[in-house]
Write a protein that binds this ligand. Structure first.
Ligand code: NAD
Length: 260
């Protein structure tokens, strides 16, 4: 379905980004992956994409919390792939604390990566997409782009910002073949959430699995984690022809989190 398309997925050495890269590649897209981690493990994932799906896969390293590096990364990715058709702005981090205790350095880091990198990545990718009259920008926001939670000021502010930026990107490009939408996942059991589960287990003196259940009971009525593969499927849909008139909107995969 996406054969001949070229996709860039930020923060795709782990979790949701990696699963989206695999699902886009499984549908025929060549991909650029990015993110931190052990060089040998990253090379294994990159080679696995080429081997499993018979596409081209490149790894391009960049610290996307830096504006210039993010823009340079997109241009390097376009050069490696030949063009950019699909940009998935996925890289993100988390920190939890009350507002008055929230370290300024953590606030700055979350806003830089979870929000500003989406702006810089989009700004650098749009000229490539507009030139060819086709593009799909898929922003990985969160249920926290739609509702708040205590102790997550920077994350909730950044993700609400991503939802707003998604709307503006859509409006500025309506009718020119470029769409922009946000996916809003609920709890997904990736390293980012595993840290929060461990913290709850530690602070309450309970087993890790009991802490995982507590997170679900508090927020996610389905009481099941969203899977990374399901999010990959959502990204494939947004890149498909069926989603051509879908732009500026949010797609929730949150087990009912934001329904109440
Ligand atoms: P993860 O920690 O598994 O993956 C994050 C990725 O971002 C990794 O590849 C990491 O190397 C990369 N990264 C971190 N800092 C970076 C930087 N400065 N520059 C470039 N890459 C960097 O996390 P995840 O759960 O897969 O999260 C992916 C996205 O999904 C994030 O935007 C997150 O906010 C969002 N999200 C996650 C959940 C969840 O429950 N896990 C829910 C909603 C939204």
């Amino acid at each position: 379905m996406l054969t001949g398309k070229h996709a860039v997925i930020t923060g795709s050495t782990s979790g949701i980004g990696l699963a989206i890269a695999r699902e886009l590649a499984a549908n025929g897209a060549d991909v650029v992956i990015n993110g931190f981690g052990d060089a040998a493990a990253i090379e294994k994932e990159r080679a696995g994409l080429e081997h499993d799906f018979k596409v081209k896969a490149y790894y391009i390293s960049a610290d996307l919390s830096k504006a210039a590096d993010t823009r340079e990364f997109i241009n390097k990715a376009a050069k490696a792939l030949g063009s950019i058709d699909i940009l998935v702005n996925n890289a993100g981090i988390q920190h939890t604390d009350l507002i008055e205790d929230f370290p300024v350095e953590r606030w700055d880091a979350i806003i830089a990566l979870n929000l500003s990198a989406v702006f810089h990545g989009t700004a650098a990718a749009l000229p490539h997409m507009k030139k060819q009259g086709w593009g799909r920008i898929i922003n990985i926001a969160s249920a926290h782009g739609l509702v708040g939670s205590a102790n997550k000021s920077a994350y909730v502010a950044a993700k609400h910002g991503v939802v707003g930026l998604t709307k503006v990107t859509a409006l500025e490009n309506a009718g020119n073949g470029v769409t922009c939408n946000a996916i809003c996942p609920g709890w997904v059991r990736t390293p980012l959430v595993e840290k929060q589960i461990q913290a709850v287990a530690k602070s309450k003196g309970i087993e890790v699995e009991a802490a995982a259940k507590e997170l679900l009971v508090e927020k996610q009525p389905s009481l099941q984690f969203v899977t990374t593969k399901q999010l990959g499927g959502a990204a494939v849909f947004l890149a498909s022809d069926a989603a051509e008139q879908m732009t500026g909107t949010t797609m929730s995969l949150d087990g009912g989190w934001t329904a109440r």
